[in-house]
Write a protein that binds this ligand. Structure first.
Ligand code: FAD
Length: 356
C-alpha cells in the first residue's frame, strides 16, 4: 500500500500502520514531495513561531524521542523546529519516507491502483498497489477568490504561500485580505514596515475570549467540515466556524486599532482596489490570506469528485472507492485531528488489506 504525503497526517497514519505490524518500506511506502521533512511547515514563512498560530500537537509516539512542541524553542522559526522534530521522528521509527517523490497521478489498471510519481530529476516511476492513503494537505493548492479586475492589477498578488518576510513590503501600500490567523499575523508583521496597510474580510471577525484556539472544542467548525465531507461538498473555510483567539498580541493590536477589518472591496483596478460605495485605495500589493483547497489533482483519474464540488469522505474513507483513504482531510485538518484520525485510518486500512 502507498501513503501519499509525509506531513502530520501521513506520518501519523504511518506510525499506527507500523504499530499494527506493517513494515515501512516493504509493506507500505510513504511518498512525499518534500524537499525535506516537515510537511507544509517547512515551506511556511520565517517569522512564524511554534504557537503563534495555534497549538501544534505532537505526533503519536513522539514522547519516546523526548521531544514535544510544548517545550519547543519559540525563538526559532516554526518551519525549522517542525522540520527537525519530524526528521528525528522519521528516523526513530524508521519510516523510510521516499522524497522527493511527487505523485502525478493515481489511476486504475484492471483491479490495481497505479501511482505515477517523479523523482528529483523529473524521471517517472510507477508503484502498483491495492490501497492508498492520501495525506497531501492543502498547501499546494492555494485559493484566491475572483473579483472583477483581478488580472488588471499592476502591483503584486501575493498568497500566503508566497509570503517570505515583511521586508519585501517595506514602504509599500499593502491590502491584506482574509479573516484568519494568517492575515492577522501578517498585519502585525507589516505594521511597522508598510507605508500604508488596510485589512479587508468577507465577513466580520469574531474575536474569541480564549487565548488559544482549541479546534476540537470548537465543535461547530469540525462538524461543518465533517458534514461537507460526508456530503461530497467543497470544504467550508475553517475560520468561519472557529473565530480568532484573543492572544495577548492580538488583544494589544485590537487596542491600538490595527485589527479593524473593512468589508471586501468590490473590484480591483490597476493601481488599487475599489469598494461598492466608490471609495478607492491605492495598493502596491494585495496579500491574499484566503486559504487553500485540498490538494487532490493527482486523484483526478479515479473520478472521485462529486458534482457538489468535493469528494465524499466519512471517517477518513472514500465512499466511492473502498481502496482510497483520506488522512488530514476536512474535520481532521488540524494537527490534533490528523493524529486521532491516524489510528482510525490505519485500523481501517489493515482491515481492508486483510479482506483483499
Ligand atoms: P501537510 O503538512 O501539508 O503535509 C502534506 C504533505 O504531502 C507535504 O509534505 C506535501 O509535500 C505532500 N504532498 C502533497 N501533494 C503531494 C503529491 N502529489 N505527491 C507527493 N507528496 C505530496 N494546524 C495546527 O494544528 N496548528 C497550527 O498552528 C497551524 N498553523 C497553520 C498555519 C498556516 C499558515 C496554515 C496554512 C495551516 C496551519 N495549520 C495549523 C493547519 C496545518 O496545515 C495542519 O495542522 C497540518 O500541517 C496538516 O498536516 P497534513 O499532513 O494534513 O498536511
Amino acid at each position: 500500500m502507498v501513503v501519499i504525503g509525509g506531513g502530520q497526517a501521513g506520518l501519523s497514519v504511518s506510525f499506527y500502520l507500523k504499530r499494527l505490524g506493517l513494515d515501512p518500506g516493504s509493506d507500505f511506502v510513504i511518498l512525499d514531495r518534500g524537499p525535506g521533512t516537515g510537511g507544509a511547515w517547512q515551506l511556511r514563512w520565517e517569522a512564524l513561531r511554534v504557537g503563534s498560530a495555534h497549538r501544534i500537537n505532537d505526533l503519536p509516539g513522539m514522547d519516546a524521542l523526548g521531544i514535544s512542541f510544548e517545550k519547543a524553542d519559540r525563538t526559532l522559526p516554526a518551519k525549522d523546529v517542525v522540520a527537525d522534530f519530524y526528521r528525528q521522528y522519521e528516523e526513530f521509527y524508521e519510516l523510510r519516507v521516499e522524497r522527493p517523490a511527487d505523485v502525478q497521478t493515481v489511476s486504475n489498471r484492471d483491479l490495481d491502483l497505479v501511482v505515477d510519481y517523479t523523482d528529483a530529476s523529473g524521471a517517472h516511476h510507477e508503484l502498483v498497489t491495492d490501497v492508498i492513503v492520501n495525506a497531501t494537505g492543502t498547501w499546494g493548492s492555494p485559493f484566491i477568490p475572483w473579483y472583477p479586475g483581478l488580472d488588471s492589477f499592476a502591483g503584486r498578488h501575493v498568497h500566503t504561500t508566497d509570503y517570505v518576510s515583511a521586508e519585501e513590503f517595506r514602504d509599500k501600500s499593502v491590502i491584506v485580505v482574509g479573516g484568519g490567523t494568517s492575515a492577522i499575523g501578517f498585519l502585525m508583521e507589516l505594521e511597522a514596515v508598510a507605508s500604508q496597510l488596510a485589512w479587508v474580510s468577507r465577513r466580520p471577525i469574531e474575536f474569541l475570549d480564549e487565548s488559544e484556539l482549541n479546534l476540537e472544542a470548537r465543535e461547530s467548525a469540525v462538524q461543518m467540515q465533517d458534514e461537507a465531507a460526508r456530503a461530497g461538498r467543497a470544504l467550508p473555510s475553517i475560520v468561519s466556524g472557529t473565530g480568532v483567539p484573543r492572544t495577548r498580541r492580538v488583544q494589544a493590536a485590537i487596542e491600538r486599532g490595527l485589527l479593524t477589518a473593512k468589508p471586501m472591496f468590490a473590484s480591483v483596478e490597476p493601481d488599487g482596489v475599489r469598494w461598492a460605495d466608490g471609495t478607492f485605495q491605492r495598493a502596491d500589493a494585495i496579500l491574499w490570506s484566503t486559504g487553500f483547497r485540498p490538494e487532490l489533482r493527482h486523484l483526478a483519474p479515479l473520478k472521485l469528485r462529486e458534482k457538489e464540488g468535493g469528494v465524499t469522505v466519512g471517517n477518513g474513507a472514500s465512499w466511492k472507492d473502498a481502496r482510497i483513504f483520506f488522512a488530514g482531510y476536512g474535520p481532521q485538518a488540524s494537527t490534533i485531528g490528523a493524529n486521532r484520525a491516524g489510528r482510525q485510518i490505519a485500523r481501517h486500512v489493515v482491515a481492508t488489506l486483510s479482506n483483499l
